[in-house]
Ligand binder design. Structure first.
Ligand code: ZN
Length: 198
């Protein structure tokens, strides 16, 4: 199928998005062409602005326009607990439950030898230093029950336990390999309450 080059390029760009196949990419490109020039300009501006302003918090590595982020700068939160997650989206999922009042630490991925991602590529050293320096009493690992998740939990706990920090992992009532990000609030609240020492 032949599309005029600027349209073909737009389709190509949309196809780079996760979960977007050729058909969806075409639909999105046609949608953009049907938008008013003003709306397209606004949309492009929002994309550029997000990329420009959203950074990682220097303390917990959550995505935020502020550094430290809104969570780290909240003095009412419980500093004895750090909840470790793979991804910023997990912070959002846990915050939605409104149950957890401690701080977070975003690893930016999980240990995966298959994908060539070792512990040094994650924010693990920063976590250990932080847990130690801030006097955390409990580190809660809210990490998916996958092979990568288990390897990451094992690695982190081997460093934290000698520091006499209690290390727990949230209890997944979720099927193996399912994503924390997609769990509903009640399931997540239960998983947090049912956390067990590792
Ligand atoms: Zn932060």
């Amino acid at each position: 199928m032949y599309f005029t080059p600027p349209l073909a390029r737009l389709i190509e760009e949309f196809q780079k998005f996760p979960g977007v196949g050729p058909k969806s990419a075409q639909r999105m490109a046609f949608f953009v062409l049907n938008m008013s020039a003003e709306d397209v300009g606004k949309f492009a501006g929002v994309v550029v602005e997000a990329k420009d302003k959203v950074k990682h918090c220097g303390k917990c590595f959550h995505l935020s326009a502020d550094d430290p982020c809104e969570i780290c700068s909240n003095t009412k939160r419980d500093s004895s607990m750090i909840c470790v997650v793979a991804d910023s989206r997990d912070v959002i999922a846990l915050e939605k439950t409104r149950e957890y009042r401690g701080f977070y630490h975003v690893l930016s991925g999980l240990i995966s030898p298959l994908e060539g991602r070792g512990p040094e590529q994650l924010r693990i050293r920063e976590l250990i230093n932080r847990a130690h320096n801030d006097g955390a009493q409990e580190v809660i690992l809210a990490i998916n029950p996958t092979i990568e998740g288990d390897a990451t939990v094992l690695y982190i706990s081997s460093f934290l336990k000698p520091l006499s920090i209690k290390v727990t992992r949230i209890a997944f009532g979720l099927p193996m390999g399912s994503d924390l990000e997609y769990a509903d609030e009640i399931t997540l609240t239960r998983a947090m309450e049912g956390r067990r020492e590792v």
